[in-house]
Write a protein that binds this ligand. Structure first.
Ligand code: S3P
Length: 444
């Protein structure tokens, strides 16, 4: 449990420079997982050394996978093959990481050993039946709490898993990936359909590791019984971490930033489309490929934003960026309406409830709906707000200091380390003034 930290943010008016944010969280998790199951050695560069991805790394080390780390961001993983994992000596603690827990549920359900997956207060509140129910249909044996949450107790299946055709009620890359990973061990074909296309990093990386995989928007499938061949992975910068700076610069007149080598997978670029629809001066330059994923540099010059309607397919492509979008909406002229985003209620915090409450504390008129919110742009006064231990809420609210009239104190920010080590330092280099102070733990 990290020590309690508050951020004290002074009102500032500038954001500038060339910035490189850390490696993509989704890709870093998957790189360790697939490398562990592969035949041969995989070198991973640009790995995100955030607590979430380190939790995945420690999980595989605990299951006998040799992992050598050089510097912060480079790993060499010696794959143990599809059947080489060993029972860990103790339950695996995945901290705050939903991706680790859901993908590992799929990857470990077919193994011939028992394992328990647990996590922190936030992770043990999040819904797990969305993965455990379809895995049970495949023949897995997984126990959850009464309310369908972790700890997850996985027992070796009584018979080999079998493929299913699953129609997911939610667009979730974690559900899709869990089933594809289980499907590699299953008899026959495992197929997942979803209502909107979720991120497809698993499908791309499986292909790079030599697996035959069907990947179309809204549909992914694998045949069981395939093996993986080690393949080096270069991880691009995380567009979800870039998003704080994209929104911060777009809403700050005079700001000018260039974010370098950002992952531009089309299933992840909704934040660019949304900020452009709000009138942001944002251009993508120097587009190229990095290890099977598109990347580019993003230049943003600050100006005036206007409110927008945000709904439909773009929501899944921007799902992690909504805290930053809420802040941009608070700084825009007119009203922003967000719909079709009920998934925000079950992220690291209830991001609709938490963001609406925080914006209101800062003097903004905002109303929550079950699947979104209405936010009327206005003056940000400053004050005390609570990130509720949610990394993306904390970083988004720090960006509000670019338009605040008074200082903002943000409670409960220690979990920024889960996805963005060095956030405060990078933000301060670019012009923000954020001090980390011991948290009092009190709620505002
Ligand atoms: C992720 C998928 C998304 C996203 C999360 C990372 C992944 O979650 O919000 O931060 O790496 O697969 P869902 O699958 O719940 O939509």
């Amino acid at each position: 449990m990290p020590a309690d930290v508050d951020y004290l943010c002074q009102p500032v008016r500038s954001l500038s420079g060339n910035l490189r944010v850390p490696g993509d969280k989704s890709i870093s998790h998957r790189a360790v997982m697939l490398a562990a199951l592969a035949e041969g050695d995989t070198r991973i560069t640009g790995f995100l050394p955030g607590e979430d991805c380190l939790a995945t790394m420690h999980a595989f080390a605990a299951m006998g996978v040799p992992i050598e780390r050089s510097g912060d961001t480079e790993l060499r993983v010696t794959g143990v093959g599809m059947h080489g994992l060993r029972a860990p000596a103790a339950p695996i603690d995945l901290g705050n990481s939903g991706t680790s827990m859901r993908l590992l549920a799929g990857l470990l359900a077919p193994q011939d050993f028992a394992v328990t997956l647990t996590g922190d207060e936030s992770l043990t509140r999040r819904p797990m039946r969305r993965v455990t129910d379809p895995l049970a249909q495949m023949g897995a044996s997984i126990r959850t709490s009464e309310s369908g949450t972790a700890p997850l107790e996985l027992l070796p299946p009584t018979a080999p898993l079998h493929g299913i055709a699953f129609e997911s009620p939610v667009a979730s890359a974690q559900v899709k990936s869990a089933l594809l990973l289980a499907g590699l061990y299953a008899k026959g074909r495992t197929e997942v359909r979803e209502p909107q296309a979720s991120r497809d990093h698993t499908e791309r990386m499986l292909a790079a590791f030599g697996v035959t995989v069907t990947a179309q928007p809204g549909l992914a499938a694998v045949e069981g019984g395939q093996s993986l061949r080690a393949a080096d992975v270069e991880v691009p910068a995380d567009i979800s971490s870039a998003a704080f700076f994209l929104a911060g610069a777009a809403m700050t007149p005079g700001a000018d930033i260039l974010l370098e080598t950002v992952g531009l997978n089309p299933t992840r670029t909704g934040v660019i489309d949304i900020l452009q629809a709000m009138g942001a001066d944002l251009v993508v330059q120097n587009e190229r490929q990095l290890g099977g994923e598109p990347v580019g540099d993003i230049r943003v010059r600050g100006g005036k934003l206007r409110g927008a309607e945000i709904a439909g397919e773009v929501v899944a492509r921007a799902i992690d960026e909504f805290p930053a979008i809420f802040v941009a909406a608070a700084c825009a002229t007119g009203e922003t309406v967000i719909r079709d985003a009920a998934e925000l209620r079950v992220k690291e915090s209830d991001r609709i409830g938490v963001m609406v409450q925080a914006l209101r504390s800062l003097g903004i008129s905002a109303v929550a709906a079950e699947d979104g919110a209405r936010i009327l742009g206005g003056r940000i006064h400053g004050g005390v707000v609570d990130a509720h231990g949610d990394h993306r809420v904390a970083m988004s609210l720090a960006m509000a200091s670019l338009r605040a009239e008074q200082p903002i104190r943000i409670r409960d920010c220690a979990n920024v380390q889960t996805s963005f080590p060095g956030f405060r330092e990078l933000a301060c280099d670019a012009g923000l003034e954020i001090r980390a102070v011991p948290g009092s733990g009190e709620r505002p």
